[in-house]
Design a protein around this ligand. Structure first.
Ligand SMILES: O=C(O)CCC(=O)C(=O)O
Ligand SMILES: [Fe+2]
Length: 388
């Protein structure tokens, strides 16, 4: 991985990067990548905390004594240590009148779950420039936390009910990937009847998950936000149905192939369960319409030791790594479908995600036109409305 991209595991920094490391001094590179998402009525992203003069005052990010403090708080608060961390910085920047601190924290948390930091005008240029400069962008805390949790439960429940089928390549082959897949659309199955079951290919599993409609408002909103910045997004007119995936923990994996045999993954010993390096849209083999890949990860507290990172490569040289990202819950990853080769490393825990592709082709049984699509808006402005 070249120096420019080293450490680009998340943007803003992942929770993993925030985990206290009392014994390890933070080295120069990592130190420069400390970011914070501050909750509040207008949440703010603080960048490069080490460069802010106030951050050098105690309590200061990156100092070993501070990590020790947070390690201690983690033992007291469990998962809530993160909230306390955000709270601490908020308090530090804007001293509050004396008030019950816990009550205030509760209100801050509520505000933080109803507002999307990435929609704020001051954060937009940063997001677009990440996509422009690196070919991908990763947004943490993307959805309101309750919504992210409910999508994660829907995916996990579908997997537990054995509704997911073996992932296959668009060519029909399955040698390269070890995931279980379920195509999901937003229709309410009670009213949609047979049309609620829509998968791109005959025989693939599909289902309707109505709460995805809310998720789509956010992801479509991001696409609409980014589109004016990118010529190549102007032709987007449809979005695929959602693809729920589970890459099962290697030891527990038992997927059936098309002939009903237990499928043991791409490697002969059956231990590896990832997805080999590939492009989502190989233009030389015929443009499949995919312009932008967006993946919402659905896994709580994912650690480096759990494996399962998505590794993004440069187009050239072919094995030059751009970045690796962990599939941490409520992280949205976007990248150019025809320009960013990627692979999924085998996970040591069941690994869930929900993928949508934004396409430049017309709606068909596997995709739908959506109101914010740039090409749809152009057509509307010209007096043609081809939405249902
Ligand atoms: O789940 C991921 O991180 C990526 C999966 C993938 O590459 C795909 O489905 O095409
Ligand atoms: Fe892919």
């Amino acid at each position: 991985m070249d120096a420019k991209h080293r450490g680009l595991r998340a943007w803003p920094a992942s929770r993993a990067a925030w985990r206290p490391k009392p014994a390890t001094p933070v080295d120069g590179d990592d130190f420069g990548r400390v970011w914070a998402l501050l909750p509040g009525r207008s949440p703010r992203v603080l960048k490069r905390l080490d460069e802010q003069s106030w951050a050098l005052e105690p309590p200061s990010v990156g100092q070993s004594y501070e990590w020790e403090t947070w390690a201690y708080l983690q033992t007291l608060l469990g998962k809530r240590w993160w909230d306390a961390y955000c709270w601490e910085y908020w308090r530090f920047l804007a001293p509050l009148p004396r008030e019950d601190a816990l009550e205030q924290l509760r209100r801050l948390q509520e505000a933080a779950t109803t507002e999307a930091w990435w929609k704020l005008p001051e954060n937009r240029p940063e997001i677009a420039s990440m996509l422009r400069d690196h070919g991908f962008c990763a947004l943490d805390a993307f959805l309101p936390s309750g919504l992210a949790a409910s999508v994660a439960s829907a995916a996990k429940a579908a997997y537990a009910r054995k509704e997911m089928g073996l992932g296959v390549l668009s060519t029909g082959a399955s040698f390269a990937r070890g995931d279980a897949v379920l195509w999901v659309n937003t229709q309410d199955p009670s009213t949609a009847g047979k049309s609620a079951k829509l998968a791109p290919k005959e025989g693939q599993s599909s289902a309707a998950v109505p709460e995805l409609a809310m998720v789509l408002e956010h992801i479509d909103g991001l696409v609409a936000q980014l589109a004016p910045e990118f010529e190549r997004m102007q032709c987007i007119r449809t979005r695929s149905h959602a693809m729920f995936t589970c890459y099962p923990e290697a030891a527990a994996a038992e997927l059936l192939d098309a002939t009903g045999k237990v499928w043991t993954g791409p490697f002969a010993d059956g231990t590896a369960q990832g997805y080999l390096r590939h492009l989502d849209n190989v233009r030389q083999q015929g443009h499949c319409g995919r312009i932008l890949t967006t993946i919402l990860y659905l896994n709580d507290d994912w650690r480096e030791a759990d494996g399962g990172a998505i590794r993004l490569f440069e187009a050239s040289p072919p094995l030059q790594v751009r970045a690796e990202l962990l599939p941490e819950g409520n992280r949205l990853l976007c990248f150019w479908a025809d320009e960013v080769p990627h692979e999924v490393l085998p996970p040591k825990r069941d690994r869930f995600a929900c993928t949508f592709w934004y396409l430049d082709r017309d709606a068909d049984p596997s995709s739908v036109a959506f109101a914010e699509a740039p090409a749809v808006q152009v057509a509307r402005a010209a007096g043609t409305d081809f939405l249902d």
